[in-house]
Design a protein around this ligand. Structure first.
Ligand code: HEC
Length: 116
C-alpha cells in the first residue's frame, strides 16, 4: 500500500511538472517577434537581435530571462528602460521566446568553404 501511494505521489508530481513546463513554454516566439518589432528593439539590436552600432547582441543564445528582464526594466544607461506599463510581462516573455528561437550560428568547422 505504501509503495503504491509513493507511485501515485510521483505521478502527481510529474504531472504538475509537465504543467509548469507547459506554462513556461506558453510564451510565443511568433508573438514575440511582433512585440520585438512593435517596441522598436530592432532599431538598436537588429531584426534578429544580432546587435548593431547602437545595441548589444541579444541572440542567438540570449542571456537568462531574469537577467534580461531586470536589465530591460531598470537600465538607465544607453538603453531607455521599458517599464511594465509600456511593455507587459507577457510581451517580454514572448520577446524572450523569439530571441531563443533564433538559430545558432553554424560551427565554422562544418562549413566546407572555410575549411579548404
Ligand atoms: C535606443 C536603442 C535601443 C533600443 C530601442 C533597445 N535597446 Fe536594448 N540596448 C541598447 C544598448 C545601447 C545596450 C547596451 C547598454 C548598456 O550596456 O548599458 C542595450 C542592452 C540591452 C540588453 C543587455 C544585453 C547584455 O548582454 O547585457 C538587453 C537584454 C536589451 N538591450 C534588450 C532590449 C529589448 C528587449 C528591447 C526592446 C524592448 C531593447 N533592448 C531596445 C539599446 C537599445
Amino acid at each position: 500500500m505504501k509503495s503504491r501511494s509513493v507511485v501515485l505521489g510521483l505521478a502527481a508530481l510529474s504531472a504538475s511538472l509537465v504543467l509548469c513546463l507547459a506554462g513556461a513554454l506558453a510564451a510565443s516566439a511568433e508573438k514575440g517577434k511582433a512585440a520585438y518589432l512593435q517596441h522598436g528593439c530592432w532599431q538598436c539590436h537588429g531584426y534578429q537581435g544580432q546587435g548593431g552600432i547602437a545595441g548589444a547582441k541579444l541572440a542567438p543564445n540570449p542571456i537568462p530571462f531574469e537577467t534580461l528582464s531586470n536589465f530591460v526594466r531598470t537600465t538607465n544607461r544607453a538603453m531607455p528602460p521599458y517599464r511594465e506599463e509600456i511593455l507587459s510581462n507577457d510581451d517580454l516573455a514572448d520577446i524572450y521566446a523569439y530571441l531563443q528561437s533564433i538559430p545558432k550560428d553554424p560551427d565554422p568547422n562544418s562549413i566546407p568553404l572555410l575549411n579548404p
